[in-house]
Design a protein around this ligand. Sequence first.
Ligand SMILES: NC(=O)NCCC[C@H](N)C(=O)O
Length: 411
Amino acid sequence: MTKPIHVTSEIGKLKTVLLKRPDVEVENFTPDMMPRLLFDDIPYLPTAQKEHDYFADTLRDNGVEVLYLEKLAAEALDAGGDEVKNTFLETMLAESGYAAGVTHDALKEYLSAMTTQDMVNKIMGGIRKNELDFVPRGLVSAAEEEDYEFFMDPMPNLYFTRDPAASIGDGLSINHMTFPARQRESLFMENIIKYHPRFADQGVQVWRDRNHTTRIEGGDELVLSDSVLAIGVSQRTSADAIEDIAHNLFSSNSGYEKIIAIRIPHNHAMMHLDTVFTMINKDQFTVHPGILGEGGHIDTWTITQGNDGELSLDHRTDLKQVLKDALHLDDLDLIPTGNGDPIIAGREQWNDGSNTLAIAPGVVVTYNRNYVSNELLRQHGLKVLEVLSSELSRGRGGPRCMSMPLVREDL
Ligand SMILES: NC(=O)NCCC[C@H](N)C(=O)O
């Protein structure tokens, strides 16, 4: 039987993928909330949904099974039963700032009265104060911001399913994410893996769970082969989290024995490694020229198992040579976003021109708006499937960010 999670490369034929269709969460906020929610604008929902459906159809038309996070989450909680649902709700409330007290009780009563699917959708979409027939009183609530409209914030970044968890081999990392706006997201995946019949008791390994203080996000986790990963040292993923997952992978039967840690600028436009660097074929990668310093150099550390349980780190700055050595390649084609033109590269990277999703070796899904980068990919021999991007791109993520591969064919 096919394993429910099996990903041994970035480019093997994509068989099953997890998406989240954008819903009210992407419009249930005001401009002043945008920086905190990690959004740069407020998408027009009907168009965002049409674009997302087009993306999902493009994948289906190419033989990919598409699963939806919101559906799996509800099915997992139903399969788990009342106690699981109750624990999920308590954890979600606690992580939303309500471990106990009158507001906790009111929210719990409100959510418990819903069907599981409605409850999941409501938590994802956010809960306004005016939805409940309840006005918090008492000292604790007096200290809260009275004018703030929400009891529970929406989670607009959920359609970037890439980040809360990452498939690696026959397992995954379920991530402790960096910013509060996204930290609750990985609780859905934790419950899916534990309780959904498709995953529970199927030998899915959790290489690193979400119960950590050090942070890692899936946009930084690239599966280069069945034994090599690349992980970004970025705004969202810290060096100590990389060392932690390295220890876990190297000391288990994961098959992974090498991690290339790549340091990228720590800023919002390049928040993850996959916003500036993706693998698209056996010997081809996209790269945003803005991350490469003089002579095309960048800090990388190749991490392997050392002696006495210690990790061994080899610092090098020639990315091309590091990749060639790790993947045993004679040559390598690093394709610059925007064809290296500083204005075009900056513009197209901002709209995720480097953020390609490979659905087979040499076949990539990209945003149509990045026409210079797309044309260049074609010139380099790739098959490029363009998807619509006017509204989806406002969340600052592209096709790789919007997809979590669950199963790929081995190369
Ligand atoms: N892998 C990715 O680069 N995901 C894009 C995440 C965008 C989202 N607004 C965020 O800031 O987390």
